[in-house]
Design a protein around this ligand. Structure first.
Ligand code: NAD
Length: 487
């Protein structure tokens, strides 16, 4: 990346906390390092929020909440619409910022900015549609009036893999519903969140409506906020492990929760599938964001009759990916986010090979500085290979062969996760039957990408509770109040 772009990106992102419309250092003066995964070196520092800062942000959000809730929905929508426009105007800087702190390829970062901004446009349109209901009680004695009211102060906790979209997917509906928020972004990627906070301010979000508190002390900071009785909502995106711990914490004060957790997506290729379309879909489902997506295809189940053709096709496509620093526009696969991520992928692949898998491609680390792992395709993967039970979160595709649909469905469902499943077949009716049987909140049917701000995103089983996006996304930030009325 040239320095001009890097400087422009960094100019967009303040490095202090955003609390009550003010830029602040952390109360104890602590700073945290932000790393560039392509060079494995620190490129800036950001204020490292303390428990006290988290609670100040809750205070600011609580103070701003009633005014924002009373702001006409159209006006709230206009702030979101203006933020969409500002994100679009600054799309290049935002994309470069994400490349810097996350490592992802510029093309992935550009798509993410467009996807992330779209949540503001969608919820600008939804803000004016928070309608209630009116009906007659079955007895005829009275009317049933249901109104929707903002849930209150929301704590939003987001992961590093989509630093922009995971934040806007929460802030958009929360603000549309009339809630004020405290965003705690992932420690590896605080800058994008701070930049989005600044754009919301510029778009006219009143002081205190959006607060951003990065912190490396996530546990204590989030816990303190959840135990503050002014906080009424937790929306979390991240691992199932941390989500489970936060559900325990939220139980203490019965905080309303939305949970977008881990995935272990199966990708099924039936015997009648168009194999080249399946390979194309697999490339998207597996390699978008370098495999670091909760929606990433994690396990491939391919019918025996097409398994060789599919495996060779996928290895060929993955083998042609250009690996390099995300800032180079030619790069198709950037580094992983941190050294722990690389170690985890290495361990999973080594374990899979020990259990009899064969590397058709990769299973290696390139010889370069930075946190890279090569595109990898594993065949001869037995149905009990441990790699199938873990979220790989990297550019690795294990392929399992199956003989009939029932066997594939049973294998796909044999997991505690249930976020998304992918399925390729030439027969749509058969595809819909299999889709019904798959235990997942979302299905990609002859399609390797499901995410869409207009659609309800979320999982079943241990992949989460609630939905983000679509009409349903705003309901997560609204309470229904029922009034029994007689007239
Ligand atoms: P993570 O669970 O480690 O962290 C997520 C967030 O929680 C971060 O902000 C982190 O700082 C914070 N956190 C960590 N420990 C905490 C604690 N004890 N208390 C409070 N907060 C804490 O997840 P990650 O590594 O950032 O992200 C990857 C995970 O996120 C994967 O499992 C992926 O599947 C999942 N994810 C899910 C979705 C979805 O929509 N379902 C989307 C993206 C990512």
């Amino acid at each position: 990346m040239n320095n001009m772009t890097s400087d422009g990106a960094l100019k967009l992102a303040p490095t202090q906390l955003l609390i009550g419309g003010e830029r602040r250092d952390s109360s104890d003066g602590a700073l945290m390092d932000v790393y560039d995964p392509a060079t494995a070196s620190v490129f800036t520092q950001v204020a490292d929020g303390s428990v006290e800062d988290g609670l100040s942000a809750v205070e600011a959000a609580a103070a701003a909440g009633p005014g924002w809730a009373a702001t006409p929905p159209r006006q709230r929508g206009e702030v979101l619409r203006r933020t969409f426009e500002l994100m679009t105007e600054h799309a290049e800087e935002l994309a470069h910022l994400m490349v810097l702190e996350n490592g992802k390829a510029l093309r992935d970062a550009r798509s993410e900015v467009a996807y992330a901004a779209e949540f503001f446009r969608w919820y600008a349109e939804e803000a004016v549609r928070g309608f209630g209901e009116l009906g007659t009680a079955p007895s005829g004695a009275n009317r049933i009036l249901v109104m929707r009211q903002p849930v209150g102060v929301c704590v939003l906790v987001t992961p590093w893999n989509f630093p922009a979209a995971m934040a806007t997917r929460k802030i958009g509906p929360a603000l549309a519903a009339g809630c004020s928020v405290v965003l705690k972004p992932a420690s590896d990627t605080p800058l994008t969140a701070l930049a989005i906070g600044a754009l919301l301010e510029e778009a006219g979000a009143p002081a205190g409506v959006v607060n951003v508190v990065p912190s490396r002390k996530s546990g204590p900071v989030v816990s303190a906020m959840l135990h503050d009785p002014r906080v009424r909502k937790l929306s979390f995106t991240g691992s199932t492990e941390v989500g489970r711990a936060l559900l325990h914490e939220a139980a203490d004060t019965i905080v309303n929760t939305s949970m977008e957790l881990g995935g272990n997506a199966p990708f099924l290729v039936l015997d009648d599938a168009d194999v080249s379309a399946a390979v194309e879909g697999a490339m998207l489902a597996k390699m978008r964001n370098g495999g670091e997506a909760c929606t990433a295809a994690n396990r491939f189940y391919v019918h025996r009759s097409v398994a060789d053709e599919f495996s060779r096709g996928l290895a060929d496509a993955m083998g042609h990916l250009v690996v390099g620093p995300g800032s180079d526009p030619a790069t198709e696969l950037g580094p992983l986010v941190n050294p722990a991520a690389v170690e985890k992928v290495e361990e999973l692949v080594a374990g899979a090979l020990d259990e009899g898998a064969r590397a058709l491609l990769g299973a290696t680390r390139p010889d370069r500085t930075g946190w890279y792992y090569d595109p990898t395709v594993l065949t001869n993967v037995g149905s009990t290979n441990p790699i199938l039970g873990e979220e790989v979160f990297g550019p690795v595709a294990p392929i399992v062969v199956f003989d009939d649909d029932e066997e594939a469905i049973a294998a796909a469902n044999d997991t505690e996760f249930g976020l998304v499943s992918y399925l390729y077949t030439g027969d749509l009716a058969r595809g819909l039957r299999v889709a019904e049987a798959l235990e997942a909140g979302m299905i990609g049917l002859n399609r390797g990408l499901v995410s869409d701000p207009a659609a309800p995103f979320g999982g079943v089983k241990q992949s989460g509770i609630g939905r983000e996006g679509g009409h349903e996304g705003m309901l997560e930030y609204l309470e229904s109040k029922y009034i029994a009325v007689q007239w």
